[in-house]
Design a protein around this ligand. Structure first.
Ligand code: SAM
Length: 197
């Protein structure tokens, strides 16, 4: 089961420059809550960094940030804007072991088919140091589907995510639901998940 949806990556490749240069403030509330779990200068892997605004926020606060994205065109756009290397990394290719204090995945694992998500959460668990922190956000829903840009979403419920994460022995899992929006400007219920190894 592949974790990569070709149409979704195709959208980000085509739209890379527009997507990276759109006006988007960093996810300050989620970033500050995530960073509060980590030591000064912590080693952080950002997955699906898009235009790199959240990595910018963490780099400016002197964390050891490793921004990555699975769309090469978007990784290149983020690298230009950050003036910092951005790795091309598909979720399924994560192979670090006990390397990071924190892994930040804002609005990106929501593109992974449900059947492929357990393997990715398992890789993230392995990539974290003991007591490490993992943040991810998902668009809430009841069934997998696509948006009007043909991007794929797993649209989980809170219960579905709890049962999935519980398979990996996190010491703590916190899920908060907040309303917001996204690139499509549609009203959206977001599930913000913070898990501690
Ligand atoms: N995190 C950024 C933000 O909050 O603005 C970008 C979010 S955007 C909705 C989703 C990102 O996930 C895109 O940058 C896309 O290239 C990346 N992505 C999608 N599928 C991926 C995959 N299988 N592996 C790695 N990155 C992927």
């Amino acid at each position: 089961m592949t974790a990569k949806d070709t149409d979704t990556i195709g959208f980000y490749a085509r739209e890379a420059e527009t997507y990276a240069s759109r006006r988007r403030e960093p996810a300050v509330i989620q970033l500050d809550q995530f960073l509060a779990h980590l030591p000064a200068g912590a080693s952080i892997l950002e997955l699906g960094c898009g235009g790199g605004q959240d990595s910018r926020y963490m780099l400016d606060r002197r964390y050891d940030v490793h921004p990555t994205d699975g769309t090469p065109e978007l990784a290149a756009e983020a690298a230009k804007r950050l003036n910092h290397p951005v790795g091309v990394l598909l979720f399924e290719d994560i192979d670090a072991q006990a390397q990071y204090h924190g892994i930040f995945a804002n609005a990106c694992l929501l593109h992974v088919p449900r059947a492929a998500l357990p393997a990715i959460i398992g890789k993230i668990h392995i990539a974290l140091k003991p007591s490490g922190t993992f943040y991810a956000s998902y668009k809430a829903g009841e069934a997998e589907g696509r948006d009007r840009f043909d991007r794929f979403y797993n649209y989980p419920s809170e219960q579905w995510l709890r049962e999935l994460y519980a398979q990996f022995g996190w010491s703590k899992i916190e899920i908060t639901e907040l309303t917001g929006s996204g690139y499509d400007n549609e009203p959206t219920n977001w599930l913000h998940v913070t898990a501690t190894k």
